[in-house]
Design a protein around this ligand. Structure first.
Ligand SMILES: Nc1ncnc2c1ncn2[C@@H]1O[C@H](COP(=O)(O)OP(=O)(O)OP(=O)(O)O)[C@@H](O)[C@H]1O
Ligand SMILES: [Mg+2]
Length: 357
């Protein structure tokens, strides 16, 4: 903890000195920027693992037209990075401000803003050349990041604008949950699903960063990072940076990664299940209480129990009853229910099912 705090103060004092994001070469500046930002892809080519969308964007960089885009997929898979990199490449730094309107969930995007700001921006004309005479696309781009948090009326207000201004404006909607975007909008866009990043790709990126940052690491720690982040590269990079902060001078180990990620040690999960299978209710209550007191997040315990149950020797009927209960517990936890009671109720169902053997 001490080391972490120390690291944090160093970071703020340095970041005041150099405000511009640095290249990976200078080691002193390196600490000033969070690594997720420092290693954010600067051009479309650097985006890993999302081949389809990269291909479409590269065509438009070569001069082809760009459709309206809808990016969706889990967090940390490169959606925001991809469109920002593409926009920067299309327009260059000078034109970027004039041609790109970027709105995300931190901006007001109610129906009023769509009617005024978005519509007005969309109506502006766009020339096909830059001031310096170089060609550039004859359209503007409106990026609506985190579009799933826009209200339905605000989304509906976009429909006509999108069609009417199609000569001068392309929209790029980005969201995690495509089901929250209204159908008429999805049908106006080319949809691209951003997949969770494959393990080798994540591993390669992490190793790259380790090398650039001069980190000492064990092979297992990288494997653990990939495993705990579940395809979310942002999470993996953030954990790596925390681990590096904690372990100044020493090697990053698997144990540190697991600790940072808040993963429940597999022995604890195993013991809990054994109590469900063979123990008594009193023991179960104590074990669940211990887990909660240790400070493990109930959602984390749930997800690890889920994996263990799926792999266990229970029969199909037992597994289906348990996983059904898991879904209910997950929803209750998301709604803010008591962690101890939820875990206990889940474990009770596991116990009940196991006793049917
Ligand atoms: N496909 C990728 N290629 C290279 N780097 C990536 C990729 N995906 C994620 N990253 C890394 O993760 C960071 C976060 O990515 P980004 O902001 O694009 O995620 P996102 O998909 O927009 O997530 P969210 O849905 O949470 O907004 C980037 O700065 C980059 O370092
Ligand atoms: Mg994003």
């Amino acid at each position: 903890m001490q080391a972490f705090l120390k690291g944090a103060t160093v970071q703020t004092s340095r970041s005041q000195k150099d405000k511009t994001p640095s290249g990976p070469s200078t080691e002193k500046k390196a600490r000033a920027v969070p690594w997720v930002e420092k290693y954010r892809p600067k051009c479309v080519d650097e985006v890993a693992f999302q081949e389809e969308v990269v291909a479409v964007l590269k065509k438009s960089l070569e001069g082809a037209d760009l459709p309206n885009l809808l990016f969706y997929g889990p967090p940390g898979t490169g959606k925001t990075s991809t469109i920002l990199a593409a926009a920067r490449e299309l327009y260059g730094p000078e034109l970027y401000k004039q041609r790109v309107l970027e709105l995300n969930a931190s901006d007001e995007r109610g129906i009023q803003v769509v009617r005024e700001k978005v519509k007005n921006f969309a109506q502006l004309t766009a020339a096909g050349t830059r001031q310096d005479g170089k060609p550039c696309p004859p359209f503007k781009i409106i990026i609506l990041d985190e579009a799933d948090s826009m209200t339905a009326p605000a989304q509906a207000a976009l429909r006509r604008t999108m069609e009417k201004e199609s000569r001068t404006t392309r929209f790029c909607l980005i969201c995690n949950y495509i089901s929250r975007i209204i159908e008429p909008l999805t049908s106006r866009c080319s949809k691209f699903r951003f997949k969770p990043l494959a393990n080798q790709i994540q591993e390669k990126r992490l190793l790259d960063i380790c090398e650039k940052e001069n980190l000492k690491y064990s092979k297992e720690s990288i494997a653990a990072l990939v495993q705990v982040s579940e395809g979310d590269l942002r999470k993996a990079i953030t954990f790596l940076q925390s681990a590096a902060r904690l372990n100044v001078e020493k090697e990053i180990s698997e144990r540190v990664v697991i600790e940072i990620a808040g993963v429940v040690p597999s022995k604890m999960v195993h013991d809990l299940l054994q109590i469900c299978f063979k123990g008594t209710f009193e023991k179960l209550e104590v074990a669940v209480r211990d887990l909660v007191d240790e400070g493990f997040a109930a959602t984390q315990v749930l997800s690890q129990l889920h994996d263990s149950i799926i792999e266990s020797d229970l029969n199909d009927k037992q597994k289906s009853v348990i996983t059904e209960k898991m879904a209910v517990v997950d929803k209750c936890l998301a709604d803010g229910a008591d962690e101890y009671l939820q875990l206990l109720s889940l474990c009770s169902v596991v116990m009940q099912q196991a006793s049917h053997n």
